[in-house]
Ligand binder design. Structure first.
Ligand code: 6OG
Length: 173
């Protein structure tokens, strides 16, 4: 008997989701955040990243974004994947994205301001969650504790409020 292929709701739902990266430089008890100066998430502190372009891997995109946005050079092998999150925006499916999150422990150059972002070092116990995306308090503390996470977040139309979310820890690092 042939293999039966089940219609997959999730496959259809995720199809065409944009892949984006998010990197955090980590040094001792500090993490580098950057103020988004324009575009999606303007006015928020966040890690550094952006859309994966045609012809590059997700890790290559992460390395490129760090160079373009804060002038820091790193290598693909110095990226530590600490989690992946899918974002769904009610009534704005073109905003839906899958975000690959990395910690970076080794790089060259000091983080510098660009047209896109203004970096700043924060102590781990002084992270400005009030000025970040509303999902961040639900997963960033987990990865800072050493958990690897997989999450799904569902937002209202403009991304200001969370409708529901699910975050699960994968394996201890
Ligand atoms: P550009 O579209 O400017 O890249 N991003 C998010 N980061 C967090 N923490 N929470 C969210 O909740 C996010 N949605 C997007 C991915 C946008 C950058 O913003 C990140 C990218 O690094 C909704 O190219």
């Amino acid at each position: 008997m042939g293999v039966q292929i089940q219609p997959s709701f999730h496959f259809c739902y995720n199809a065409g989701m944009r892949d984006v990266t998010l990197c955090f430089l980590v040094r001792g008890n500090k993490i580098c955040l950057a103020m988004k100066k324009r575009g999606f998430g303007v006015g928020k502190w966040n890690g550094v990243g952006g859309k994966v372009q045609d012809g590059e891997t997700i890790e290559e995109a992460a390395v490129r974004e760090l160079r373009e946005e804060i002038g820091v050079t790193t290598l693909v092998e110095d990226l530590e994947n600490v989690g992946n999150i899918k974002f769904f925006f009610n009534e704005k499916p073109d905003w839906n994205q899958r975000m690959y999150i990395y910690f970076v422990h080794r790089w060259t150059g000091n983080p510098q301001e660009s047209d896109e972002m203004a970096p700043k070092w924060y102590k781990l116990d002084e992270i400005p969650y009030d000025a970040m995306w509303v999902d961040d308090p639900h997963w960033l503390p987990n990865v800072l504790r050493g958990e690897k996470i997989e999450g799904e977040f569902y937002f209202n139309q403009d991304g200001a409020e969370l409708d529901k979310f699910n975050v699960k820890g994968l394996v201890a690092k």
